[in-house]
Write a new protein. Structure first.
Length: 107
């Protein structure tokens, strides 16, 4: 499958084809399938973020016992793993410096 360059903002949950459309943090080269995986992960993160918003109002539950936040954290790690695997060399270097990945994925 043919890979195409995309510009990704994890913070905004956006994937753009045109570099100048909006602010972005990372560049990737991805197939249509990989792009769909990333889009699906962003959708799941949005849902998990919504649930963690409501959970945040229950102050009796510490963060480390919080399933909603755990779900969001795991999804975020999956996003960065996918971005690392499909990232440009600069993107891979940046993600590696973040120390967010449990293991350095194979490129």
């Amino acid at each position: 499958m043919t890979k195409k360059r995309y510009y990704v903002s994890v913070q905004a949950g956006t994937i753009m084809e045109n570099q100048g459309d909006a602010a972005y943090e990372l560049e990737i080269d991805a197939t249509d399938f990989e792009l769909k995986l990333l889009h699906d992960l962003f959708q799941q993160m949005h849902t998990a973020d919504y649930h963690s918003f409501w959970r945040a109002h229950v102050v009796a539950v510490p963060y480390h016992f919080d399933e909603e936040n755990d779900t969001y954290d795991k999804l975020l790690q999956q996003v960065y793993t996918l971005l690392y695997q499909n990232g440009t060399p600069e993107t891979q270097r940046h993600i590696a410096t973040m120390n967010i990945l449990e293991q350095k994925p194979l490129s």
